[in-house]
Design a protein around this ligand. Sequence first.
Ligand SMILES: [Zn+2]
Length: 414
Amino acid sequence: MTKRLYYDSSEMHEFDSVVEEVAPSSPEQSRPAIILRETAFYPASGGQVHDTGWLTPDAGERLRVTEVADAEDGRIVHYLEASARLPLAGTAVHGSVDGERRRDHMQQHTGQHVLSAAFVELYQMPTVSFHMGEDYCSIDLAAPSVSSEQIAGAEKRANQVVFENRPVRIRYVSRAEAEKIGLRKLPPAEHDELRLVEVADFDLSACGGTHVSATGQIGSIVLRKSERVRQGTRVEFVCGERAVRLARRDYSALSEAAALFSSQLWDVPDQIRKNVEESKLVRKQKEDALDQLAELMAFDALHNQAETNGRKIVVRAFSDRDIGFAKLFAQKVTRAGTPAIALVASSVDPPGLVFAQTQAGLSGATADMGALLKQVLSSVGGRGGGSRDFAQGGVPAGCKVEQLLQQAAGTIGN
Ligand SMILES: [Zn+2]
């Protein structure tokens, strides 16, 4: 088993060791790997993500550690960049853990202990799992729901514990002792000796991760969103420097929004609400105006069109109105009370055709709009269809829609 130096000091970022085993890259494993006698590198486990850093062999160039993992036999595997020139087993190496990344993990992880304990203390909601991502962390609580008051309450209590700068201590106890003390969470029975992490007079739990030495170093704990998940409720949070970074990002986004409205930050929700209402109203006014315009244009077209075989055939290609308006115009033409056929097109992207006729019942010769449209579309490779009285379809871009309308009008016959 690899000796884990981080167990006794989370602050140790530099260490000396000896290479125990070297595994060059192979078809099964794209990256070379190194196992050391002891290491301060933390492998991904218990929800905490792995460290990165450097290994410098005696008289060799330094090697980038990109990932660290726990092997099943209790050893820790350091994965290196594919191009690494590997040292021989037995070589002395100096290890350097990426300190900034580690500090971030310590802040998030210790913050999680405090937050989980706050949810138990205030609302008896135990944490069932912990996840640490690149941007945010989350805990899953065994609770069907968590109210926004409870979110705010747990956040307040957790930060109180941060501000009190309570010591965070590590100690080792036997399993029997641990059962007597009453831990927040007892791990499955694997080892006889348990590593306990204690936030003074607030939380005691078994954990193998890296932690800060006093709660003040967590900086702050900010809860973000909560959502229902299979095993309960997931609460997202960020601690320390991440909290500052996210607050800065939120502030930038909010200030940009406020500048667009020339308003104060806290007025942005009201401004957005007002804008949404206004755009709804404008959309409605636009729809009404288009409806009236289509009606007037249809009236005008019918007025100027002579009747043949008991109905009027209106042919119109729009180059400045979309297919939605073409459809509206066709409906107005065919529902004006006079038997009529509307052969309408729009060349505005996406270009298309609308063929409609006044419903049977009114006098006048009729045709089959669906069949007519299919016939016209087949000549240009368009798609669409419809019923006997109404059909609509799209044509390829650049298609001469006027010619298609003439073709359709010719088929019906005047
Ligand atoms: Zn922990």
